[in-house]
Ligand binder design. Structure first.
Ligand SMILES: Nc1ncnc2c1ncn2[C@@H]1O[C@H](COP(=O)(O)OP(=O)(O)OP(=O)(O)O)[C@@H](O)[C@H]1O
Length: 298
């Protein structure tokens, strides 16, 4: 697990203060989400981590080491980067796209190919896809290839800028679920930029909520929903709040308020929203959810 520490980070472009004095520590979180409205500084925060842009002031530490004096090119090769639509090279095949970085860093070809086979399984693409060009793939497939490309060099830090943003909701959900399964297996740390609140709740261990370049709150989705630190945070989640709350609470959270029978029926890891969609034990789930919320800050 990679630790990331922002210490009083500021960055401006001309007169725009894109990031203002941002500090947070993510020691134990594997999936960190930069969430916020348009222009809040999310992408700037991400691009500062891999030195695509440079800090004005403050510092960023990765595993305790300042990034300031690290060579940007070798730094970037150790970090996976996924952007909207995968950001694939249009004139290279899927295989050439995925194997670009291993070739650049001189990774043993046999090892790279073994890993390619493993990753293809994880992203659920057949071997026959290797010879295709990006334009021959659907948006979801391109995004899966983008994820494989970011993971091939065994990077333990992956930066993702709106990785599911260009996809229709059903495809986005399917790529997101597969991403979560891959992350669970490979255990890399991911920093993910999104403006989609539901997506942030599904994917995050830690949310960094930004507005106009300033940190509004850092914490779990549940902290932000049930213990907001200011009016901005409260109102940010207000549209669709009920659905968001049901997504943030997982069944194991409800253990003190619900019978073991319901938990055994549905499984501990499902969100209450997913349980409700199954149509089982609705009343018990709703009652337990209300009790959980009422007791959250106790
Ligand atoms: N290279 C740049 N040159 C000038 N201004 C920039 C540059 N990059 C970002 N900005 C400005 O900095 C602010 C933050 O931009 P940033 O892209 O980080 O926001 P964001 O939260 O990712 O927004 P979005 O969700 O719309 O992509 C914006 O006002 C933007 O116009």
């Amino acid at each position: 697990m990679v630790s990331i520490h922002f210490e009083n980070v500021s960055k401006s472009f001309d007169k725009t203060q894109a990031i203002s004095n941002l500090s947070f520590k993510a020691d134990k979180s594997q999936k960190i989400v930069f969430l916020g409205t348009s222009g809040s500084g999310k992408t700037t925060g991400l691009r500062l981590i891999n030195k695509l842009i440079t800090l004005d002031s403050g510092d960023i530490y990765i595993n305790g080491t300042s990034i300031k004096n690290i060579d940007p090119v070798s730094h970037r090769r150790k970090i996976g980067y996924v952007i909207q639509k995968g950001g694939l090279f249009p004139h290279k095949t899927v295989e050439e796209n995925i194997l670009t970085i291993p070739k650049l860093v001189g990774m043993d070809e046999k090892i790279a190919r073994e890993r390619l086979t493993q990753l293809l399984k994880l992203i659920k693409l057949e071997n026959s896809y290797l010879d295709k060009m990006p334009a021959q793939l659907s948006g979801g497939e391109q995004q899966r290839v983008g994820i494989a490309r970011a993971l091939i060099s065994q990077a333990n830090l992956i930066l993702m800028d709106e990785p599911f943003g260009a996809l229709d909701p059903i495809t986005a959900d399917s790529v997101l679920r597969d991403f979560l399964a891959i992350q669970d297996e490979l255990k890399f740390t991911a920093v993910i930029v999104t403006h989609n609140i539901m997506e942030a709740i599904k994917v995050s261990d830690l949310i960094i909520l930004l507005h106009k370049g300033k940190l509004q709150q850092k914490g779990s989705a549940k902290d932000l929903l049930f213990n907001p630190s200011n009016d901005f945070v409260r109102s940010f989640f207000n549209s669709n709040r009920f659905e968001l709350e049901l997504e943030a609470i997982i069944l194991s959270d409800l253990k003190p308020y619900i019978s073991q029978e319901v938990i055994s029926d549905l499984g501990e890891e499902l969100s209450v929203r997913e349980c409700m969609n199954k149509g089982l034990h609705r009343e018990q789930l709703l009652k337990a959810t209300e009790e959980y919320k009422a007791n959250y800050n106790n």
